[in-house]
Design a protein around this ligand. Structure first.
Ligand code: SF4
Length: 439
């Protein structure tokens, strides 16, 4: 009988795409994948170093796995496994910890599922981890996260990602095109380009071979992809040529997610971000002048050391005035081995929480205001497979979330609808449209 494997993923889209790739390796090796809540022979937990209380979370997931199958073999991979292998090894029940490079050789490492008295660690230093391993997520038929880049050469003072994932490196354009074609054949309608710092795409073997814009142009030529979404891109790397190209493209959708982190130039300096707020305004204005209906999402960190009330209000007012559509708010928390951990001006936890709350309210207001500008318009919606209390959801190309009565026939279909009303839960209702849109 085939051995059973189950997965649990914490963290970002990149982790999801990598879990899928590891999953395919197990399938090729003859394993059967089961749900995490079922009894399995092996559980793989893909961790994140950005997750608040990563160790607690990891411990909880391990316990959960052992509840379903007390003698299962437990393996921990991912960013947290690269950063803190010894801490993880001490968690009761963990059999193996694999670092950033070793996680893609997992099937070789665990071919023998004998539980040893001591946890096995395979973890080479991150500066020796410079190989690019292609990944894309598959499972949800509607959307795929395609990893095009890994690692980061920046040194933002709050971030552990360069320590967990190593230097910036990318796939080749022909290889990405090949994967995009495979994805099209599998029936998936939307590709989300994913990486740690995708705007820095194009470095191979430590040298710049091409640019993100080259990739964007090449992907736009791939027949059959309905939608391509650029996930998150640093403002200093989102050039005018990329914005202008997206504005004319039939495949790249008018949705940008641009990390800001702070609207105070003082804090941006302390964070060692590579732009100032003036550049950010410029990017938003360029996008909106070429694509008035574009959706713009913003990452912000509150409570960074040195952020006074005035600095925070600076950020708040800056965002309030900016023509953006939603925020992803992160509450700063200290991370080992980062310069920010030793900075002065630590913000008390209660103030961090208050600031986060204020920005969550602002985000809600921004999203509603953006959705309201879209009411009455016709839009092409890609419907997803979710089914909750008789309803399902879909997204327009500019990321408006719509809600309709569940209809299995709609799953993974692109349909033109008219956006009619902003519902109390913040989603948008629709009616059938007469005119048919093609993109
Ligand atoms: S750009 Fe900054 S925040 Fe983003 S991964 Fe690199 S170091 Fe971290």
């Amino acid at each position: 009988m085939a051995k059973k494997v189950a997965f649990y993923t914490l963290g970002c889209k990149l982790n999801y795409s990598e879990t899928s790739t590891i999953g395919r390796q197990f399938t090729n090796a003859g394993f059967e994948t089961v749900d995490f809540t079922e009894a399995a022979d092996v559980y793989i937990i893909n961790t994140c170093s950005v997750t608040e209380n990563a160790d607690k979370k990891c411990r909880k997931v391990v316990k959960e796995a052992l509840k379903h199958s007390p003698s299962a073999y437990i393996t921990i991979v991912g960013c947290y496994a690269q950063l803190k292998p010894k801490e993880i090894a001490e968690i009761e029940g963990v059999d193996m910890v694999l670092g950033a490079a070793e996680k893609f050789m997992i099937v070789d490492f665990i071919s023998d599922l004998t539980k040893e008295p001591k946890t096995i660690i395979h973890n080479k230093p991150i500066d020796e981890t410079n190989q690019f391993v292609s990944s894309y997520s598959y499972g949800d038929r509607t959307r795929t996260f395609l990893k095009v880049q890994d690692g980061c050469d920046y040194s933002c003072t709050f971030c552990t990602i360069p320590l967990a994932r190593g230097e910036s490196r990318s796939d080749t354009i022909p290889n990405i095109i090949k994967q995009a074609e495979e994805i099209v054949i599998s029936g998936v309608k939307e590709i989300v380009l994913t990486g740690v710092n995708i705007g820095d795409f194009g470095i191979r073997n430590g040298e710049r071979a091409d640019k993100f814009f080259d990739l964007v142009q090449a992907l736009d030529e791939v027949e059959g992809i309905n939608r391509i979404r650029i996930s998150s891109i640093e403002p200093n790397l989102l050039t005018n040529e990329i914005i202008e190209f997206v504005a004319k493209s039939k495949r790249f959708v008018p949705h940008f997610h641009i990390p800001l982190q702070s609207g105070s130039n003082k804090i941006l300096g302390l964070m060692k971000r590579r732009y100032r707020r003036e550049l950010y305004v410029d990017r938003v204005n360029t996008i909106k002048s070429l694509m008035p209906n574009a959706c713009i999402g913003v990452d912000v960190i509150v409570g960074f050391p040195g952020e006074t009330r005035e600095d925070f209000l600076d950020t708040y007012n800056f965002l309030n005035e900016l023509d953006i559509s939603y925020l992803h708010v992160f509450t700063y928390s200290e991370r080992d081995d980062t310069p920010a951990k030793d900075m002065e001006g630590v913000v008390p936890g209660s103030q961090r929480a208050d600031r986060s709350k204020m920005l969550h309210i602002l985000s809600d207001k921004k999203r509603r205001a953006f959705y309201e500008t879209q009411l009455g318009k016709n839009a092409l919606v890609l419907f997803e497979a979710d089914h909750k209390e008789g309803f399902m959801h879909g997204f327009t190309s500019n990321y408006v979330k719509v809600k309709v009565k569940y209809d299995p026939v709609l799953v993974n279909e692109l349909k033109t609808v008219k956006l009619t009303e902003l519902l109390p839960d913040g989603e948008v209702s629709v009616t059938e449209a007469h005119e048919i849109l093609t993109h």
